[in-house]
Design a protein around this ligand. Structure first.
Ligand code: SF4
Length: 456
């Protein structure tokens, strides 16, 4: 497939300066909330270190823990299904629903089902799928995909949601009050919950020791979707496992604080076996995760608990929006997961970063995101996936850096041109840097000259 082209998509988002600014501020607000929560816990860094170690340990014995999980989940009355890839996952879910005559499914947030494109698969087979998180429902009604893994409709203004709800749910024209719109969504979703024949959820954590799965939400929709209809399908990637129940507290303390700046999610629901008279199916999905596990440089990406903190802090994400990544998981973590899946399509993503390291600083499981981004750049260059213009520029820069006299001459010429060229030439189409900002004033002397040394 062709490259997703982050620079072009980002330029389209950034062209609406007001939206880009507002998006930036909205996410920064969440980042600051996260900071306040992190600072309030003296043991924050110890928790992060502990989470990192638990994840590394689990990954090193993943097959054993998966088998332990299956044994315990089965003993508790759940049915565990294994899916090699997205196609098999979708087939299994459809098979469960079709065998029980289900035509109405309510779903709570699951990035895995987005990854597997489950909704269109089921809808094409006559099953109505209703996403029940408010943000997910908004993007579903708008026929869009989530632009952020925790805040799926963060790119939409309340006025736009007001228009959407007026058209789709019959709310008053021009209404954009969030409380009114939320109440309308609640009424609409209640009908869907009551009519549903099955509920599907994602899984935040699965515990090998108990065979239970844990779902964290703020709206209670996962609980409605799993307690009203008799069939609960929980879909999880193999990386969601933690070994012991005691490990869970480490992650639940980190997750909500990192995601939305809350001390804990409003609902942390544990499912151990089906409810009385019901069914619980757990679909465990690989879909490329084993390949990532087998690649030591990139293995740590599997530790991600999908909190979204790296997106909220990333200056590139905040100013370019989630859709510019052309991937289900955007932002820094998406930029290292996506090339592993399809390097040709996502070759621009590891370059969508300033490598400032803020993502690694906030990551609750201490994934070395900016190092991984750099490693991916190296791999993509080695695979010959850098555009010809950039390749040539890098070769030229490498040549100049290896020849100090040439470097100094280049600096002198550059400073002269910056001072004397007319603005129309300096800020021409070729100057991508200058399209959105002023070039710095050129000093008369180089750094070396200012220090009075010219001999290295
Ligand atoms: S990489 Fe880290 S910060 Fe980013 S979503 Fe995953 S856990 Fe959160």
């Amino acid at each position: 497939m062709a490259q997703a082209g982050h620079p072009e998509a980002a330029a389209r988002f950034a062209a609406d300066d007001a939206r880009a600014h507002w998006h930036d501020q909205a996410l920064w607000f969440v980042r600051l909330k996260r900071d306040r929560q992190a600072r309030a816990l003296p043991e924050w860094e110890a928790l992060r270190a502990c989470a990192e170690k638990i994840k590394a340990h689990t990954a090193s014995r993943l097959a054993d823990y998966l088998e332990e999980f299956e044994r315990n989940a089965t003993a508790a009355g759940a049915v565990v299904h294994w899916a090699r890839d997205a196609e098999e996952h979708n087939r299994i879910v459809h098979g469960i629903l079709a065998a029980r005559g289900v035509t109405r499914l309510v779903k709570s947030k699951s990035m895995l089902t987005e990854e597997c494109e489950l909704n269109p698969y089921l809808e094409a087979r006559g099953i109505e799928v209703v996403d029940t998180d408010l943000g997910e429902r908004i993007v579903q009604l708008a026929h869009e995909r989530p632009s952020h893994i925790v805040l799926p409709a963060i790119h939409k203004k309340k006025e736009e949601i007001g228009v959407l709800f007026h058209e789709q749910l019959g709310t008053a024209a021009g209404a954009s009050d969030p409380a009114y719109l939320t109440e309308a969504a609640r009424g609409h979703l209640r009908e869907k919950f009551l009519a549903a024949q099955a509920g599907l959820t994602g899984v935040n954590f699965a515990v090998a020791e108990t065979g239970g799965v844990v779902v964290c939400t703020n709206e209670g929709n996962a609980d409605m979707g799993t307690s009203l209809p008799p069939i609960h399908i929980a879909c999880m990637g193999v990386e969601k496992l933690v070994p012991r129940l005691a490990d869970l507290g480490v992650f639940t303390r980190l997750l909500a604080r990192s995601a939305t700046g809350q001390p804990v999610t409003t609902y942390t629901s544990h499912f151990h076996g089906p409810m009385a008279g019901g069914e619980l199916h757990v679909v465990v999905v690989d879909n490329g995760r084993s390949a990532l596990l087998a690649a030591p440089p990139h293995r740590r990406a599997l530790s991600c608990i999908r909190c979204g903190a790296c997106m909220n802090t990333c200056p590139v994400f905040r100013r370019s929006g989630g859709y510019s990544y052309g991937a289900v998981i955007p932002g820094p973590i998406g930029s290292i997961l996506s090339p592993a899946r399809d390097p040709a399509r996502h070759a621009t993503l590891p370059f969508a970063s300033s490598l400032c390291g803020s993502c690694s600083d906030v990551c609750p499981v201490r994934i070395d995101l900016h190092h991984q981004l750099l490693a991916w750049r190296g791999e993509l260059v080695a695979q010959g996936r850098l555009p010809a213009g950039k390749r040539l520029a890098m070769k030229l820069a490498s040549f100049v850096f290896r020849h100090p006299a040439l470097y100094r001459l280049g600096g002198r010429v550059g400073r002269f041109l910056l001072r004397h060229l007319p603005r129309a030439l300096l800020y021409g189409r070729w100057n991508a840097w200058g399209r959105q900002r002023e070039l710095p004033p050129a000093p008369k002397k180089s750094f070396r000259e200012l220090y009075g040394r010219d001999d290295g």
